[in-house]
Design a protein around this ligand. Structure first.
Ligand code: GNR
Ligand code: NI
Length: 180
């Protein structure tokens, strides 16, 4: 019965579908687990350290992350919520939906996250470092927000023009690098 995994197409800024706000998942069923598995395959293939369902044009509140070097820390979060945050952290960020662009963004340094896992169990975790930054970046995607929204209008406009040019030239050429 198990369906094969699939690599999904990732939307690129300034695609307006990246501005959609995802809807809560009512039940973690087989179709949600299939989405999670496809998202992991897509994220690892890219390669990236996180992926939100909105990036593959699915409007369910689902994210996957793995900031390990050896793909040993896979974490899927359904309906993730940040219930507490503390401190500030500046990090260079990239995004699979904004290929080839890396800019510094300031976010909370430590977060407490509440979510459902792949089995539908409620979990709560204290998280810091790169994983905390990544989860904040992914939850932003579920709310239609991109890391370029934290930059100046001028910078964002330059990035938009560059990506529109890349798209015209049929370029996915900048994407094959881990966006960290
Ligand atoms: O692969 C990714 N790397 C990354 C680096 C710093 C901060 C956030 C990220 S997430 C990004 C993958 C992605 O676009 N997820 O939405
Ligand atoms: Ni992203």
């Amino acid at each position: 019965m198990g369906q094969d995994m699939a690599i999904l197409d990732i939307l690129h800024f300034p695609d307006t579908r990246l501005r959609n706000v995802a809807k809560p998942v009512a039940q973690v069923d087989g179709s949600v687990r299939q989405l999670i598995d496809d998202m992991f395959e897509t994220m690892y293939a890219a390669p990236g350290i996180g992926l939100a369902a909105v990036q593959v044009n699915d409007l369910r509140r689902v994210i996957v992350v793995d900031t390990s070097e050896d793909r040993s820390q896979a974490l899927a979060l359904v309906n993730p919520e940040i219930i507490a945050k503390q401190g500030d952290e500046s990090m260079d960020e990239g995004c699979l939906s904004v290929p080839g662009v890396y800019e510094t963004v300031q976010r909370a340094a430590q977060i407490r996250v509440r979510a459902l896992d792949r089995e539908g169990n409620a979990i709560e975790k204290d998280i810091d470092g790169l994983l905390a930054v990544c989860i904040q970046h992914e939850i932003d995607h579920l709310d239609g927000k991109l890391f370029v929204d934290y930059l100046s209008n001028l910078k964002r406009q330059r990035i938009r023009k560059k990506l529109e040019k890349d798209a015209r030239q049929g370029g996915d050429k900048t994407q094959r690098r881990r966006a960290i």
